[in-house]
Each structure stands twice: as C-alpha cells, then as structure tokens.
Design a protein around this ligand. Sequence first.
Ligand SMILES: *Cc1c(COP(=O)(O)O)cnc(C)c1O
Length: 322
Amino acid sequence: MPPKVPLIQGPTPLHRLDHLSRELGIDLWIKRDDLTGFGLGGNKGRKLEYLMADALAQEAEVVVSCGSTQSNFVRQLGAACSVFGMKCAAAVMEIPRSDYNPLPVGPGLHGVGGNVLIDEMLGAELRRFPNGTWDELYAEMEAVACEYEAAGKKVYRCPIGGSTPLGAYAFVQAGREIMLQSDPFDWIVTASSSGSTHTGLQACFKGTSTKVLGMASDPEPDLVDDYADLSAQLDPLLEEPANLRPEDFLLNLDFVGEGYGVPSPAGNAAILRMARTEGIFLDPIYSGKAFAGLLSLAEVGELKGRVLFWHTGGIPTLFAME
Ligand SMILES: *Cc1c(COP(=O)(O)O)cnc(C)c1O
C-alpha cells in the first residue's frame, strides 16, 4: 500500500436525494466529496493524501503543477503545501476567457475571485498565461520547475489534476469506501477530466454489477486512451491488476457544451435544479455538467435503479462566474 498523509475528513457522507429520486423515478444517492473537509473540499483532497506523502518522501521544497486559472486542484494543492511548509507554484492559463486573448465563447469564468482568491490567501504562486494548448501549458510548467531547480530547490512535479497512478489509487480506495457504506449501486456517475477519479473508480468496480459512467468535462474522445494508460501504471499498485482497456471506460461526451471551462446552459440549469430541490451546490465546469447528463439520461430511462452521483466539488468557481 502506498504511504499516505491524512488531509481529508473521511469517509465523506453518502445520502439519498429524496426529492429528485421521486421526480426522476430512480433511487438517487449522492457521495459528498464536496465535503472532503480540506482546502474547501473537492475530489483532489483524496489524491493529495498520496501525492503529498510522495512529495514528503522526496523531501520536496517546491511543488510545481499546472491547470486553468480557476483550477480546483491548484487550490487544494496550495492548501496541502501550506500544511507541509512547501512552496506551491503553478503555471495556469485563462480558460476560456482571457484578458490577453478573448475567445468568442462565454460567458465564462473570471480570472479573479473564486479559487484565485483562495490561492492568493494560501500564498500559492500562479504564473498566468493566456489560453493556449495543454502542451503549451505543460511546457510552461516545466519551465517553472526548471527555474526553481536552477535556484537550488528540490522540486516535486505534480501533473494536471493530480492524475498520476497515486491519484488514481486514491480513487480505488474511494470506491472501497462506498462498498463499505452502502449496498451496491447500479450506476456511479462522476464528472471526468484529467481522469484519475474515473480510472480509480473503474478499476475498483471492474467485474462487479456497478457501472461507472464518466461525464466528460473536455470534448476529447481519445481521453479513454489516456485513462487506459493511467490504469496500466496504476496496476502495479494493486493486489490484482485491473487490466483496463479503453473500451472498458464509459465516457459520455454529450454534456461538455461549448468546451472545457465554458459553463453550459444545461449545466447551469442542473445547478439550479439541485440547489432548488435539495439545497446542494454544484459547480459550472464539472459537477453541474455531469449532473445535467445524469438528469437527461434518467429522464430517457437510460439510467435507472440505484444511481449514485459522485459530487466532486468545485464550488469556489461559482464565485468566479461572469
Ligand atoms: C478535477 C475535478 C474533476 C475531475 O476529476 P479528474 O480526476 O481530474 O478527472 C471533477 N470535478 C471537479 C470539481 C474537479 O475539480
């Protein structure tokens, strides 16, 4: 078992959504990873318990990562670095809106407020870049890492979203947490992006009656190839390798809307429906879109029985919307 450091308050709550269950005619439950209880919550806290243990073992002084300006991962990473006295530095880009390079999409997220405010409070360093490709952002992240190394610092590189084999391992454990909390579900629906959440859950529930359905936040169909690669790197950490192939991942791309980081009308409507029936808040980039997908598939009868919605967090971006 890889070492971990305690950061979150777990097990996170699991409860039924009575009003929506009645409205949709399914048995709908929610896993409250918005309430992980660390760094304002969210799914990244689970991954960081393993990633920070690794950074500590490597005696890192600076943790370097990347993401969007409003990254939930960078916020939770910044909080974790504060706990262990490490510096957090991240190359971030304005998605989808840029003060340098406005895109013909929107409304989007402001590059101020929300997670950026929290990052500033934590003392995390954001190196801001205009919207570009992910490869360009990785190159900027590497440049930041090299800069710290040139200054004599021990750097730990943390890939986008914390999606390393350790990040995925955290979600194998999260799946086991659910198995102990509840009778089996027919479906687990989660937002999916950098992929360690979906990959870990899929590895956990492989060969069971539970189907894991990822709702993509990025419009890229070949993400499932990346997930399969991540799973192959995860396998050596497992007692029994999952041997997942790309076709083992159920990834629905229909609810991304205009693109990554652009709130969608259906996602925003789903946020309001959840707030106004259950008093629970979703985010505009991941969980709102994923829940829009769940509502739509439940309404046409594709999702039935016992359905679990995995709330992955992201609430601070509600305070960064235009
Ligand atoms: C990062 C994130 C996701 C996606 O999780 P991955 O493991 O990167 O696929 C979903 N929802 C929220 C709120 C997130 O911050």
